[in-house]
Write a protein of this length. Structure first.
Length: 312
């Protein structure tokens, strides 16, 4: 699914420059490419649509589309955004490399994700403290999760939704005069829920910080991009089980069994991943495969026997 936006009547058009350095010129075009990465339930697709609307209102030609893999909360979700100040965007393929990476989750981005940022590009992080420098790219950060908690922008499970606060930070870096346009896009998309999200976007804009390198800091190791696809097997049929995929890294929360547990086994019965086991009168959780969906907490018949804690 791809959402296309034409050129809006612009009140101002800012050049696509970051910190005084124009990016994305290696392809010989003015088109810029952004990758937004987060987890299912964090509003990644919504963020890409709102930001695309913002750029369109500023007079850019814009293209926005998501990529879904495992459609469930906690699974990695990507959304792609392209914008050009001069001409329609003609490309019709997903991004393999990007000029801007926006990491909506508070967890640090993996090295292979950082490797997708082009030299001279920008990485925007949902982060309170400094992030180790990454060779060849510029870093910025905003405390989006804290901002979301402050303004009550929460998911149905009570988790902070930092997506709109991150858009405020992105607009400050990419479209400095575009905060009002972002607010208009939020109202158009969210309607009655816009007030708290606009407040979050303003705080994200205000609290965004460009991170400057310090002498003696060690850079993050970035994975080498794969230039050629791996060889196809002779028989392209999986002979492994789902245990080979340690999906526990998807989880934002994890279940903790407390002393009130009676080991009734209801949680193990309903766990969709088979990550909970009853043995010798106790309940154990396999955190390597638990996705933190929270079903176990919902079905547990004993109050206080099981709770969810946020994964650091």
């Amino acid at each position: 699914m791809r959402a296309e936006y034409g050129r809006a009547s612009a009140i101002s058009r800012m050049p696509p420059a970051l910190f005084g350095c124009t990016i994305g010129m290696t392809e010989g075009a003015h088109v810029q490419e952004m990758l937004l990465r987060g987890r299912g339930g964090e509003g990644v697709v919504l963020a890409s649509q709102v930001l695309a609307d913002t750029f369109a209102r500023a007079g850019y030609w814009v293209q926005s589309f998501p990529e879904f893999k495992a459609e469930r909360r906690g699974a990695p979700i990507s959304a792609f955004l392209r914008w050009d100040p001069d001409a329609p965007v003609r490309r019709r393929y997903k991004l393999r490399a990007c000029d801007v990476l926006v990491a909506l989750s508070s967890a640090p981005p993996a090295p292979d994700l950082l490797a997708r940022v082009r030299p001279g590009g920008l990485v925007l992080l949902n982060r309170e403290e400094r992030f180790p420098p990454v060779a060849g790219v510029r870093l910025a950060r905003a405390p989006a999760s804290r901002i979301a908690r402050r303004h009550g922008v929460l998911s149905a499970e009570g988790r902070p939704m930092g997506n709109i606060a991150m858009l405020g930070a992105a607009v400050r870096l990419l479209l400095p005069d575009g905060l009002e346009l972002l607010e208009e896009a939020i109202v158009a998309r969210l309607g009655g829920l816009a007030e708290a999200n606009i407040a979050a976007a303003r705080d994200g804009y205000r609290l965004c910080r460009r991170q400057r390198s310090r002498r003696g800091e060690s850079a993050v190791a970035v994975a080498t991009p794969v230039t050629a696809p791996p060889a196809r097997p002779r028989f392209p049929i999986s002979v492994t089980t789902s245990l080979a995929a340690e999906t526990g890294s998807w989880s934002l929360e994890r279940p903790v069994v407390d002393s009130a547990c009676t080991a009734c086994g209801v949680c193990a019965l309903f766990c969709p991943e088979g990550a909970i086991e009853r043995a010798d009168g106790t309940i154990t959780v396999d955190y390597l495969h638990c996705k933190g969906c929270g079903i176990c907490e919902v079905v547990c018949p004993v109050r206080g026997a099981l709770r969810l804690e946020e994964v650091a």
